[in-house]
Design a protein around this ligand. Sequence first.
Ligand code: SF4
Length: 260
Amino acid sequence: MQKSKRTSLKNSTGLCHSGLDPESILRLSSGKFKDNLDTGFRRYDKIGFSKIFKKKYVARIIEILSGEYPKAKCALDFASPHELLFAVILSAQCTDERVNKITAVLFKKYKTLKSYANADLAELENIVRSAGFYRNKAKNIKASAKKLIENYGGTVPQTMEELLTLPGVARKTANVVLGNAFGKNCGIAVDTHVIRIANLLKLTKNQDPVKIEKDLMEIVPQPRWTEFSHLIQTLGRKVCKARKPGCKECPLTAKLKVES
Ligand code: SF4
């Protein structure tokens, strides 16, 4: 009876292609985690994973991915907080690789915030053109530089509230800057990789980045918020690609198979 219920749950929920589903987690659980995982599993189809279950589940995912990608870090090149800020503004709907090519030119030409604030807009647009939405991005970079000079003494502020006052800056950008320029875990940067993979792994049922971030902040330990994004983004870039996830090579699949 119990067995057929679990089988039908597995079939009906269809988690990510790894078999990284409640049943797999349950199989690999032993001793100290088993009670919580059992409870989590039993409650799964009615209310989703229980929070305790999700915390254990995400801890296991972090453990596996941090073992696989110990050097996962921000993929954008930068040498100062404002360079990171501008790189992240450019990265909307654009690959990090492309942004790094653009910023190699941009950062060489504009060295100070003042030079961005005084930049000729058409010239700035031309440099960032290949990032897409280049008019808006150039406008936001110039306006942000101006605001940083006028309102923040020429430095990038270190709080979410202040960062959100800058043109073109939403929570994802602010989280990347806070986490990578200042080492502050104030939130979790949710990009397309995180949206896709957090859903595949059933860490959230939402598609809205702000709601996903809230769901993740409840289950990922705060000291690992920045790292968590890097790990998921690295998995997304290397293996769990949107068009063709490499499930056979996925470290989550491999680890679970070994240990289950
Ligand atoms: S690549 Fe990994 S995380 Fe992505 S769907 Fe496949 S098994 Fe799941």
